[in-house]
Design a protein around this ligand. Structure first.
Ligand SMILES: [Zn+2]
Ligand SMILES: [Zn+2]
Length: 432
């Protein structure tokens, strides 16, 4: 297995904070609602972004609330600003209070007037934001371990499962799983303490499914990428690197999180998933990757905190880990600003120059379009791109701009490998 590793592309060392997609997203809240990032820190009893990170990584005493009621209340308060004029509670005149839209129970207004003026925009998303407001509470059940619920063995081959309906048809009736969660102790705790009435059971069942779909969307997208590149998990063990792994995938991650791949490729030769990123959260998955062969018919997850090219320099070059057969990235966000492109550049060049099959997902068609432009500028050989049939079903609200059309995790994808062949150079831009 000891093979020659070509020289790394020239290292680019960005300031570490410039590559935290999360930090950049966090402070960009303020461009829509000035001071919102401060409000969030105050509500969560934190003094700066460092505290926030540490709490998310489970390192600090961090978010310490007296009780669940206070926790849910403070979280809700981070959404409290006028959706019309962006006023925060501390900027209201005396006697004024922010009132919640009664239909979605998601957005707030300082006056009737602001609400009336905002309605033409808000009415387009009010229905979806109602679901988002339920999901952001129900999501807590991921941390309590009630979600994800267990899934069934596959009765179809991976190639036959092309979309959610195909997957769902193998699961039978989900209701018993969902109802068990609804009648559980944590669901009662949640609605006893949330600052709103408990929604109808049917709304809650759908919310549970949406949250589970986001979790499964990642595994199924990895499985789809394996098939896209014709990798054969029955012929040899596969190593998959998840680059730019963030706290979304790694906070509270369990060793079993990618076990759906065992159903997708029964009796495979062993699949190892290595999560790599500066935002990787400490936990049970934080262990060294395997050098070569994974345990057969099992998925082995490990994690490394750092930039991907550092991982190559520190681990791969010392032959302490198997080379990747596939690299997957969820929402790299490198289209968002120059700092993030620069942060991703060494990784993208490394993927290109080592000719590694790569598969990235995006939140929207627009993000895909911008990402394609960046990849084409780097002369990447794009293999395929488009809507992801295993997109998450859970809408994501842009916190600082609630009337923006909600997006979905992994809604689009692009796959690429190596350098664009010279003769195939074309004008950049997708063909739409
Ligand atoms: Zn207002
Ligand atoms: Zn509304």
């Amino acid at each position: 297995m000891a093979s020659h590793i070509p020289e790394l592309p020239e290292s680019y060392a960005p300031r570490t904070d410039s590559v935290f997609s999360d930090q950049s997203g966090f402070y960009s809240l303020d461009s829509s609602v000035p001071g919102l990032s401060k409000v969030i820190l105050n509500k969560l009893n934190m003094k700066d972004y460092g505290d926030y990170r540490a709490a998310i990584e489970g390192k600090a005493k961090g978010i310490s609330f007296r009780n669940y009621k206070e926790m849910f209340q403070k979280m809700e308060e981070t959404f409290m600003f006028c959706a019309g004029c962006s006023k925060l509670p501390q900027h209201l005149t005396q006697g004024q209070i922010l009132k919640r839209c009664v239909k979605c129970m998601n957005v707030y207004y300082c006056t009737k007037d602001c609400q009336r003026k905002d309605w033409p925009q808000h009415k387009k998303v009010c229905k979806t934001l109602r679901l988002v407001a339920i999901d952001r509470l129900v999501e807590w059940l991921m941390f309590t371990g009630d979600l994800p619920f267990p899934t069934e063995k596959w009765s179809k081959s991976a190639a036959e499962v092309k979309k959610w309906d195909d997957w769902l048809s193998m699961q039978g009736d989900l209701t018993p799983h969902l109802d068990a969660i609804l009648s559980g102790a944590n669901t009662s705790i949640l609605w006893k303490n949330a600052s709103r009435p408990r929604p109808e059971d049917n709304d809650l069942r759908q919310s549970l499914w949406r949250i589970q779909s986001e979790f499964l969307s990642r595994v199924l997208s990895v499985g789809m990428a394996i098939q896209h590149f014709d990798l054969n998990p029955y012929a040899k063990p596969l190593t998959i690197h998840l680059v730019g792994a963030s706290h979304n995938e790694t906070m509270g991650a369990r060793l079993t999180d990618y076990d759906e791949l065992n159903y997708m490729f029964p009796a495979h030769m062993g699949i190892q998933v290595v999560m790599v990123g500066p935002e990787v959260v400490d936990g049970p998955i934080m262990r060294p990757p395997l050098r070569a062969f994974g345990p057969r018919q099992r998925v082995f997850i490990s994690a490394y905190k750092g930039l991907y090219h550092q991982f190559w320099e520190d681990v791969m070059e010392n032959e302490e880990a198997a080379k990747p057969d596939l690299v997957v990235g969820f929402h790299p966000g490198f289209h968002a600003n120059q700092g993030l492109v620069e942060g991703w550049l060494p990784t993208l060049l490394l993927l290109r120059d080592y000719n590694i099959p790569s598969f990235f997902t995006m939140y929207s068609e627009l993000e895909l379009k911008y990402s394609l432009q960046i990849l084409l500028e780097l002369e990447m050989h794009i293999r395929d791109s488009g809507p992801n049939p295993f997109s998450s079903q859970k809408p994501e609200q842009v916190q600082a701009c609630p009337n923006k059309t909600p997006v979905f995790c992994n809604s689009h994808y692009v796959s690429f490998q190596g350098l664009l062949p010279r003769e195939a150079f074309v004008e950049p831009g997708p063909d739409n």
